[in-house]
Design a protein around this ligand. Sequence first.
Ligand code: HGY
Ligand code: MN
Ligand code: MN
Length: 591
Amino acid sequence: MALTLEHINTAPRAEALQLLDGLYEHAPWVADKALDARPFQSLAQLKQVMARVLQGAGPEAQLRLIRAHPELAGKAMVSPSLTLQSRQEQDKAGLTDCTPEEFATLQQLNTDYNAKFGFPFILAVRGPRGTGLRKQQIIATFARRLQHQPDFEQQECLRNIHRVVELRLNDKFALEPTLGNAVWDWQEQLAQYSDPGYLDQGQLTVTYLTDAHRACAQFIASTMRESGFDDVTIDAVGNVVGVYRAASPGAPTLLTGSHYDTVRNGGKYDGRLGIFVPLACVRELHRQGRRLPFNVEVIGFAEEEGQRYTATFLGSGALTGDFKPEWLEQKDADGITMREAMQHAGLNIDGIVMLKRNSANYLGFVEVHIEQGPVLNELDLPLGIVTSINGSVRYLCEVTGVASHAGTTPMNRRRDAATAVAELALYVEQRAGQDTDSVGTVGLLQVPNGSINVVPGRCVFSLDLRAPLDAQRDALARDVLAQLNAICGRRGVHCTQELTERAAAAPSAPTWQQRWERAVEALGLPLHRMPSGAGHDAMKLHKIMPQAMLFVRGENSGISHNPLESTTSDDMQLAILAFQQLLNQLALETA
Ligand code: HGY
Ligand code: MN
Ligand code: MN
């Protein structure tokens, strides 16, 4: 029979402990200690309390717990020490029918891992969706984590233990994160579309207005229609706009959403999570036949990353009146202008100017996004409250020197464009590191038409400089550009730079931040407030309406702009529940 929170909260201590048996492998003391905190407001809170108990138990107790776990597809598979849950979990992941090669690989990984760390490799083999990782994924994760530093890897084992416990608790309570699963699956389906040259390598790249990008727009639009949105359109820049109308006409609108384009070889959740979380909320409202005292407008923004063209935040920028007509002449790597790409996609360029929103019609903008960093992952927290989005500037630069013979040009006679840029890149790293929370990145660095035996005469590169405050960002930019000029002067080379983006820091609107805070607290979760190092569409909408963001924990240290980007359907479920809380709060306030 399925457990209930009521039962756990009210049963006699010994019975409650028995009900929670089998969570932490051979370590009932974790649940036992957690029961001191009864009554639990939610299952999420029970998970949090147990994570805190383990965190507070200290490294020795944590190490004992890790060592109590069976090896993955190792000798423990036949020994009686394997608990029923572990056997079932390893079965589910297909680890009991390895090929001889797979088994040998796992054995070798087990041996190497134990030799390096002195404890067994622990992985929640049921994975982020709870349905099981494939053997190849397990082996790849095993090999990747073997490279970690010991302290970090010990924490990674604990994070996987918490994930195993979360899934075991779901089983005990017969709970499925069904809404989170739906969002997880939509993102999985959307990831089938990728630009040519990436799809066949199993990489996700969706850049502005490619065929894959247009297929994504159609998928999002059809998912909105199937979920009960009243109006679904694709606007003049390719944004997918879904409106779920209010109970009565003339009502204000809550705006939400995020982008569906990606960086090259990116992750499945950056941007997309912020489209599908509110989409799932609207689907639930539709299923309940419920209307709110405000319209809900969910937008899949067509372009945020600035990959195919240098223009960034193009989708959300069109709503704030920031679309620059000169962008239409920008050319991609194949010489196709944005205008031609828009025409090819059948977009109505003349309609762009009409996209600007009248902020008087809107309550505000909220955006859900993966954190894209390690903070929540390392705090074992599923959700975070964004306090501000860092301001950023981006430049495309070019250094011109003199191409010359690599063999005959003496070292003191060179005009080497690439070494000038290399010197600047090291300065960017050092200078950005001087400030708190500033970051500086040379993400693109190329020697066009270079040759192995030619001193580089040209070097093109990018600068991405960010800081929590605009003044801090501008001081960083000033110093970097001054250093660029100094380096070029000293080396006798020439530099040009083009400012391609300037986004102001965007502090969250207090009232909206507090709405997110109340929503997260209503789930029984602790609050963690944090800045966003990444830029988001919210910083554009910030210009015309109040905004605030909710962060969702990323797996694998929150890595992002990388195929390892990951988050669990349980955490997505919590994001949806938080969004529903915010909608309900807003409904009460605006009724
Ligand atoms: O670069 C950023 O911060 C965002 O992902 N475009
Ligand atoms: Mn991104
Ligand atoms: Mn993003």
